[in-house]
Design a protein around this ligand. Structure first.
Ligand SMILES: [Zn+2]
Length: 242
């Protein structure tokens, strides 16, 4: 058995759905291959986390699958081909759907406790430079604490097989993920608003960046938050800074 076979059957292995002969082969590979053993461990940890948080998150099977997929894409970057041009998703309904799935999965995955923040800081002057050298663009980071939306930090995330900036803001006990990437290079498909599984997603294109905001915050407050971001963006774009 090779790693690809192992990976393809890992879910079924954990779910005890494989014939005994294949189970033996899987177990043998598990003992011999450190990479697959790690992947197996991660999968078990993810299952535990999902079970633990399932009552609160009510993650349906489809969402679990996208989370698993997103995690695989993240933990096996070598297996992901990064051909030029793959960044640009076709603007079809299916790819827009895949994009919103990936963003929602990323947001939910961050809430599972494994990867909410890579840089934890309420200081925009700490969070913005943290992305230097990790991305080839510099995301706009704003201090909105005065308006009731404190900056919590940021993380590097993977969407459509590319590293993107995710900024994390808070509102009471709610977490808001703000994903952004250069509009001319990234996928820009998608409806302006999506509500799925209790999460609201708002999407817009600022002059330079494609934005996606994801949260379980009420839609009125989330809209207020996006307006604050948009105002901060256009203020920053003015040369006199006002
Ligand atoms: Zn292997």
């Amino acid at each position: 058995m090779n790693c690809a076979d192992f990976e393809a059957q890992l879910d079924a292995y954990i779910d005890n759905e494989l014939p005994p002969a294949v189970v033996d082969e899987m177990t043998e590979h598990l003992g011999a291959c450190a990479a697959c053993a790690r992947s197996h461990e991660r999968q078990l940890a993810l299952r535990r986390a999902l079970t633990q948080h399932a009552p609160a998150l009510q993650a349906p099977p489809g969402l679990r699958a996208s989370i698993r997929q997103a995690i695989r894409a993240q933990i096996r970057p070598a297996a992901t081909r990064r051909l030029p041009g793959t960044w640009k998703l076709a603007t079809t309904r299916a790819s827009a759907e895949a994009l919103t799935d990936a963003l929602l999965a990323s947001h939910v995955r961050s809430l599972l406790g494994s990867h909410l923040l890579d840089v934890a800081s309420s200081d925009q002057h700490t969070v913005k430079p943290w992305f230097n050298g990790k991305l080839d663009y510099s995301p706009s980071v704003y201090d909105l604490a005065g308006r009731g939306y404190p900056l919590l930090g940021g993380r590097l995330d993977y969407v459509a097989n590319h590293a993107v900036a995710a900024l994390v803001y808070g509102r009471r006990q709610h977490v808001i993920s703000v994903f952004l990437w250069p509009a001319e290079r990234g996928p820009t498909a998608g409806p302006a608003t999506v509500t799925r599984q209790g999460y609201h997603m708002l999407h817009w294109i600022a002059p330079d960046y494609a934005y996606w905001v994801v949260s379980d915050l009420g839609s009125t407050e989330l809209r207020e938050f996006t307006q604050l971001l948009q105002r901060a963006d256009s203020a920053a774009a003015r040369p006199d800074g006002r």
